[in-house]
Design a binder for this molecule. Structure first.
Ligand SMILES: CSCCC(=O)C(=O)O
Ligand SMILES: [Fe+2]
Length: 187
């Protein structure tokens, strides 16, 4: 099966809960593609010697990688970092994450500015395009180990919403509009 994604409910409960709507409202792979989210399923057990991963890295120029083992013992300012991850933001570059262990949620905004929750678990690699509003949270299992990839020297700077005048945001919106030929929701 492809990656699992759904529209979120509006409740203010614990972000680590799934936040499904009732009834469950899944988001199709086509919709994810339309908003520029890319996805691969790989064998995470094999990440140190995986020709498939190597091919993606080569084709897309991801010469940098590191591993983020998201637990309080290994991450400085753990709570603060989690808080920042869950604050809606964009980046000037793609955000590329490959889940090696555990799971978590990447939330992205669709064209109508609705939250789409993407479940990322072992073997899932996702690319969020530059300029897409997004955030990240652990799920109730409370643990994830992610590979972070990048083209060139890594820059992880988040620009919190609103960022309508940020060049990456403007380019993202431009691409969205070109793809479908209709305006996206105003912000
Ligand atoms: C834990 S990686 C995902 C969080 C995020 O959006 C970021 O690092 O910018
Ligand atoms: Fe981010």
């Amino acid at each position: 099966m492809a990656i699992e994604a759904w529209y979120m409910d509006e409740s203010n409960e614990d972000p680590r809960l799934p936040h499904h709507q009732n009834p469950i409202n899944y988001v199709s792979t086509e919709t994810l593609i339309e908003i520029g989210v890319l996805y691969w399923k790989l064998n995470a057990k094999n990440y140190e010697n995986d020709p498939e991963l190597e091919k993606i890295r080569e084709e897309r120029g991801y010469n940098y990688f590191d591993i983020l083992d998201l637990c309080p013992e290994k991450v400085e300012n753990y709570e603060q970092k989690l808080k920042n991850f869950y604050t809606e933001h964009i980046h000037a570059d793609e955000e590329i994450r490959y889940c090696l262990e555990g799971s978590g949620y990447f939330d992205v905004r669709d064209k109508a500015d609705r939250w789409v929750r993407i479940l990322v678990k072992e073997g899932d690699m996702i690319i969020l395009p530059a300029g897409i509003y997004h955030r990240f949270t652990l799920d109730t299992s409370n643990y994830v180990k992610l590979m972070r990839l990048f083209k060139g020297e890594p820059v992880w700077t988040p620009y919190n919403r609103p960022q309508e005048d940020h060049p990456a945001r403007m380019e993202y919106i431009q691409n969205l509009t070109e793809k479908v030929g209709v305006p996206v929701a105003a912000h």
